[in-house]
Design a protein around this ligand. Structure first.
Ligand SMILES: [Cu+2]
Length: 701
């Protein structure tokens, strides 16, 4: 194996970054009715919105999965690493200009897909990954709760309120290499408008594919105005209307950011880098690399934004921008915080990055704290509008989380966008010692640079976010009641789902059993682990596909059954480590979050601490908020409510640390109604996962 690397210092960072290839400059649009988004700037150093995948003449979005060959800057080593990883092509035509080895040069982020309420979102998913190896994909797979068949895939629309059946958001479908499939997601007219995302979701290959970068933003647009009668909100509307430019009908000032943690292996891939003199090529084929807790943070690996490291984010001074932010990584917590660099107006890009980097180290932590923090005014979590604007200095993202926030930059100084680690205890599942690290850095970082903000001077006056919302609401002629609400930061006229925290619901559910989800990891005597869930207090720990031990369905795998149309309370907890709970189809509303002492830490202004005694703000203000992913801290009890509306069928809930999911921390959930019976035994595909897309008229191509 030959390892040839070009070592570069921080000083030549920018010139080296320009080696990163990008797509072409085609900005034409095939459909004039579709409002154009903020211009996509194709530059290797600028964080632009991911390229938009437009529908073809058949109305389908052609989404091709292939290996991408692309450079990614590694801030820890100061090198540009050439990666060879699985990804979604940002443009289908790139496939025709693929390299000799079948890989495609394309930015390391999936394309942006958008749909409107009432539309049918059609995606033609094409799996152009090479044939499976018998080593990682034996037939049959001996243990479905170990990573396997890494070139087998499908698509999950994370957070979409759509049917889990047939060719909709059905994660039991599998596309083998050289298969394609026509998906159709019917977006209901009252689907929440918001920030969602898509990623692959085949049990066994999810972690390796998503940590290769197989993820992209999925934006649902809405244009409903709140309906007011007799001074009361009769029907809520969509926040989007406050961001649409009325003249151009464009969503101005929208920034879409997909945070990714592309976890390629440390060593050159010997199969790809074997020729003498050829550059080192890195891949992600070794599943065991994913199994190391905290390897990401402790190795000083960095999170990329839309496939860029330390990229430039361009904004206009004193203009409110809507940042749609998505945590598309699989493990590492992100504490997003933005700091203003003093006296930096004249800084070049290189100077800005160097200056921002200085504050990363533990020894600079007190200076870091003194930097002015830009307030983040959060307006939605997981794509779902919050009851009120919340001012935050840091937004804590767990894997799968989204935040929509209003940001306005008052100064023409440069700003640094950080992942503020605070300390490693904030990281998921941090052990005290980890002998398996890729490489131990000289100094552990207190915070990590993600990107930086370049503010273009304008004549706009500084404005509070509430004045901005009030002006927008007035401009589009909303009812006076709504205008006075948004002027106070009250967004209740824009919440999609009716609250389940009412006395009527209390009364309705008071005699119903709770749904219990208890995460746990059992350590077997032979050194292996069992990742799973309990569905009853002190019940059996069940891994995905395990038989249900609690009743006479012993020869079938466990299925949690929920009655359609009903509302239930859920109690989430974890015995070992902390895990982000995610459930498909219906979102849930956070009722309360109890710490180890039974104190509710979910109200605005409540205080919570981590085990090291540092403030942990991740649950502050979550009470009443709708979400689809929620971090379950070990020893805590999280109470949420969900209503099983509209959609019958089988889907899953799971831990969004995706290697935990692949190892069995997932279960099948069924909403029973007319077609799906709660009394019948589950079909066999839950235990064998043998329903391939070919059963659903997928075909080889
Ligand atoms: Cu987990």
């Amino acid at each position: 194996m030959t390892k040839i690397k070009t070592v570069i210092g921080a000083g030549c960072l920018l010139s080296c970054l320009t080696f990163i290839a990008c797509g072409d400059n085609d900005k034409s649009t095939s459909n004039n009715e579709v409002p154009e988004q903020e211009e996509e700037i194709d530059s290797p150093t600028v964080v632009s919105n991911p390229p938009r995948l437009k529908a073809n003449t058949q109305g389908e979005h052609e989404l091709i999965i292939a290996y991408k060959r692309q450079a990614l800057f590694d801030p820890e080593t100061g090198e540009n690493d050439t990666l060879h990883v699985r990804g979604y092509l940002t443009k289908p035509e790139l496939w025709s200009s693929k390299n000799a080895d079948g890989s495609v040069s394309d930015v390391l982020v999936g394309p942006q897909i958008r749909a409107k309420q009432g539309e049918s979102l059609k995606i033609h998913l094409v799996n152009n990954l090479p044939a499976e190896s018998t080593e990682t994909c034996p037939d049959p797979v001996p243990n479905i709760n170990q990573g396997n068949c890494f070139n087998t895939t499908n698509i999950h629309t994370h957070g979409l309120w759509v049917s889990p059946q047939g060719n909709s958001d059905n994660v039991f479908l599998t596309l083998k290499p050289n298969q394609d499939f026509h998906y159709e997601f019917k977006i209901e007219p009252n689907h929440p408008a918001g920030t969602f995302w898509y990623h692959s979701h085949v049990h066994g290959s999810t972690a390796i594919q998503v940590s290769s970068g197989m993820a992209g933003p999925l934006i649902i647009e809405g244009d409903r105005k709140p309906v007011v009668a007799n001074g009361q909100i009769q029907q809520t509307g969509d926040l989007d209307i406050l961001w649409k430019n009325q003249k151009s009908q464009k969503y101005d000032h929208e920034k879409i950011m997909l945070f990714q943690q592309i976890q390629y292996n440390e060593d050159c891939d010997s199969k790809l880098s074997q020729e003498i003199g050829s550059p080192c090529i890195y891949s992600l084929e070794d599943y065991s690399k994913l199994d190391i807790p905290t390897s990401w943070a402790e190795e000083n690996r960095f999170t990329s934004i839309n496939g860029k490291m330390f990229g430039e984010i361009k904004v206009d001074q004193n203009q409110y921008h809507r940042w749609r932010m998505i945590h598309g990584g699989i493990r590492d917590t992100i504490g997003l915080t933005i700091k203003e660099l003093p006296d930096s107006t004249a800084y070049t890009a290189e100077q800005t990055i160097d200056e921002c980097k200085k504050y990363q180290t533990t020894s600079m932590s007190s200076q870091f704290k003194k930097l002015k923090t830009l307030p983040l005014y959060t307006i939605a979590q997981d794509g779902l509008t919050m009851g009120q604007v919340q001012k935050q200095g840091i937004a804590i993202f767990q894997p799968g989380y989204r935040f929509d926030a209003m940001l306005s930059f008052p100064s023409t100084n440069k700003y640094c966008v950080y992942d503020a680690k605070l300390n490693l205890e904030d990281e998921i599942n941090a052990p005290e010692e980890n002998p398996l690290l890729r490489r131990v850095p000289e100094e552990k970082l207190n915070t990590q640079l993600l990107g930086w903000v370049n503010v273009q001077a304008t004549q706009l006056p500084a404005q509070s976010p509430y004045d901005y919302l009030k002006a927008q609401a007035t401009n589009i002629g909303l009812a006076p009641e709504v205008i006075s609400q948004v002027a106070k930061g009250d967004l209740s006229a824009f919440i999609s789902h009716a609250s389940l925290m009412t006395t009527e619901v209390d009364e309705m559910i008071k005699d119903m059993a709770k749904q219990i989800t208890n995460f746990d990891i059992l350590f077997n005597p032979d050194g292996s682990f069992k990742f799973g869930l309990r569905h009853e207090e002190n019940g059996t720990l069940i891994s995905f596909g395990d038989a249900y031990h609690g009743d006479d369905h012993t020869h079938h795998s466990y299925v949690r059954k929920l009655p359609i149309g009903k509302t239930q309370e859920w109690e989430l907890s974890s015995n070992v480590a902390s895990h982000p709970f995610h459930i498909h189809v219906n979102p849930f509303q956070v009722v309360k979050i109890l710490d180890e002492d039974g104190v509710d830490v979910s109200a605005i202004g409540s205080s919570d601490k981590d085990t090291a005694g540092n403030i942990d703000s991740q649950y502050h203000g979550m009470k009443g908020v709708w979400k689809d992913t929620l971090f379950v801290k070990q020893g805590y009890k999280l109470i949420v409510r969900s209503k099983y509306e509209k959609f019958e069928g089988d889907f899953v809930l799971h831990c969004h640390i995706l290697d935990h999911e692949d190892q069995g921390m997932m279960e099948t959930v069924r909403i029973c109604g007319d077609k799906y019976d709660c009394n019948s035994e589950p079909p066999s595909h839950h235990s064998t996962m043998d329903m391939s897309a070919s059963d659903m008229s997928a075909h080889d191509h």
